[in-house]
Ligand binder design. Structure first.
Ligand code: NAP
Length: 250
């Protein structure tokens, strides 16, 4: 039996991309997955239940406090929470001098305020509770390789992802050894977000110059999230863990 069998797990951004891959991977490992997304993640939930897994979907805007509180009220009805994986995120590419403040506000609202709200409520739910798995509970945030360096024309996104690491490092200290809190820092992963980032052929060429010579797949991020939620990651907290094909080596 899997170490995560019967545990409850929340995945945000579960409608597609990295979040959908995480939801499927945790369900395959035997967890009961509450899949949250801005739009009802029906396809992800159907994929899991058709394969014999257990999942429910819920609409949740991570940038909206009342929506996040409703998500955790729903989670409470399912029993103790073992892990939360916050995958919801947005990206915009635009030269700074053409960037309206509303666009900055929205990126920060989803990526940073959303991480704060999901993290705070996950910690509130998991702090001091007897763990289902006999292991400390886990909070896993999706940051980015752009948590470590700058990129022209992506400054609001880059700032938001630097901020996510700040939250993780601070919370990890505040809540050890009760809850293990880490960030995954993916390199370029083959999802709709990568396409939406309006990558020019020149950028794609640069990205393909990464040592592994390819973009990552969402499932490769999901496998690391699964590891961080399991018993073999019991001494890892406060880290930004690169899954990036060697694209950066901070
Ligand atoms: P994606 O394919 O665009 O998926 C993002 C998901 O987040 C979508 O399902 C989207 O829902 C959802 N979402 C957006 N705003 C939301 C909100 N306010 N509340 C709840 N859900 C919301 O992106 P991805 O590539 O899987 O990215 C997942 C995470 O990894 C993000 O945090 C991203 O920054 C990070 N990341 C990605 C890469 C990459 O190369 N792909 C690299 C580094 C880090 P809708 O579809 O309904 O809008």
């Amino acid at each position: 039996m899997s170490d995560l069998a019967g545990t409850n797990v929340i995945i945000t951004g579960a409608g597609r991309g990295i979040g959908a891959a995480c939801a499927k991977a945790f369900a395959q490992a035997g967890a009961q997955v509450l899949c949250a997304d801005l739009n009802d993640p029906v396809e992800t939930v159907a994929g899991i239940t058709d394969a014999g897994g257990i999942a429910q979907g819920m609409v949740c805007d991570v940038s909206d406090e009342s929506s996040v509180l409703a998500l955790f009220r729903k989670a409470e009805t399912l029993g103790p929470l073992h892990a939360t994986v916050n995958c919801a995120g947005i990206i915009h590419e635009r030269p700074l001098l053409e960037t309206p403040v509303e666009e900055f506000d929205r990126v920060i609202a989803v990526n940073l305020r959303g991480s704060f709200l999901i993290g705070r409520e996950a910690i509130r739910a998991m702090h001091g509770q007897p763990s289902q798995s006999g292991q400390p509970a886990r909070l896993i945030m999706i940051a980015s390789d752009l948590s470590y360096y700058g990129r022209e024309t992506f400054s609001p996104y880059v700032a938001s992802k630097h901020g996510v690491l700040g939250l993780v490092r601070s919370w990890a200290k505040e809540f050890a050894p009760d809850i293990l809190i880490n960030a995954l820092c993916p390199g370029p992963i083959d999802t709709a977000m990568l396409a939406a980032a309006n990558m020019t052929p020149e950028w794609r060429e640069k990205e393909l110059a990464i040592p592994m010579g390819r973009f990552g797949q969402p499932e490769e991020i999901a496998q690391m999230a699964l590891f961080l939620a399991g018993p073999n990651a019991a001494y890892i907290t406060g880290q930004g863990i690169g899954v990036n094909g060697g694209s950066i080596m901070p």
